[in-house]
Design a protein around this ligand. Structure first.
Ligand code: DX5
Ligand code: ZN
Length: 214
């Protein structure tokens, strides 16, 4: 199975969102990564549900929603209306198991995300409830940061646990993914690559092809 690609909308040209999404469709993207930031859990504010709902109404690309918000259980029902994968942070102050179950009850695929400060072993007990886990390879909050190589060991530990127990759970990585770091991530066991600043722009087609060939 080849690696899946989830371009991060944070790096798109918002004045021309429709053609950005058409370009992603033409390049047969696997998903579209949608970063929701609340200015509290992370020191930045991005976009939220009204935009997500409009995107959902205008494309068939599966939407991969990354909530970077405090107490995310408050907003699961709302985001689940448009998300395909719905993920939240382990560190964000919601009951982890209950929130994962609620996501699944709403009909979405569940994703649990960890910040660079969190050890992968802390989330092992939740893996049976996860369709995907997201390893942050930068501090969440901003695009265009440099990849943290220590995230590779976290991916390896999760890969080993998921394979050993036979869980049906993808591993996604997010932050600083480009032509140099993507092969390392795939080698460590990543199934889904999020990339923002690397993919949006003139070279989207060739760069998506390059990542897909890994
Ligand atoms: C950062 C976001 C990322 C971001 C990645 O908090 O979660 O999805 O858009 O951007 P790049 O690929 O530029 O590091
Ligand atoms: Zn993200």
């Amino acid at each position: 199975m080849s690696v899946k690609i989830s371009p991060s909308l944070l790096a798109a040209n918002f004045m021309d969102l429709n053609s950005e999404i058409k370009k992603l469709e033409q390049n047969k993207t696997d998903m579209l990564h949608f970063d929701v930031m609340d200015g509290t859990f992370v020191p930045n504010i991005s976009f939220a549900n009204p935009i997500l709902a409009q995107i959902k109404a205008n494309t068939n690309i599966p939407l991969d929603v990354h909530l970077m918000i405090d107490k995310p259980h408050r907003y699961i029902k709302e985001f689940a209306k448009s998300a395909d994968y719905l993920g939240f942070h382990y560190e964000a102050g919601s009951d982890v198991a209950e929130t994962l179950k609620e996501i699944k009850n709403c009909g979405c695929k569940s994703c649990l995300t960890i910040k660079p400060c969190t050890k992968p072993q802390e989330i092992f007990e939740f893996l049976p409830l996860c369709d995907m886990v997201l390893v942050m390879s930068v501090e969440p909050g901003f695009g265009g940061q440099s990849f943290m190589p220590e995230s590779l060991d976290k991916v390896k530990a999760l890969r080993q646990e998921i394979d050993a127990k036979g869980y049906n759970c993808l591993i996604e990585i997010d932050g600083g993914i480009n032509g140099e770091t993507a092969p390392l991530a795939v080698e460590a066991g990543v199934d889904v690559l999020v990339a923002g600043s690397y993919l949006f722009g003139d070279k989207m087609a060739e760069r998506m092809e390059l990542l897909r060939a890994l």
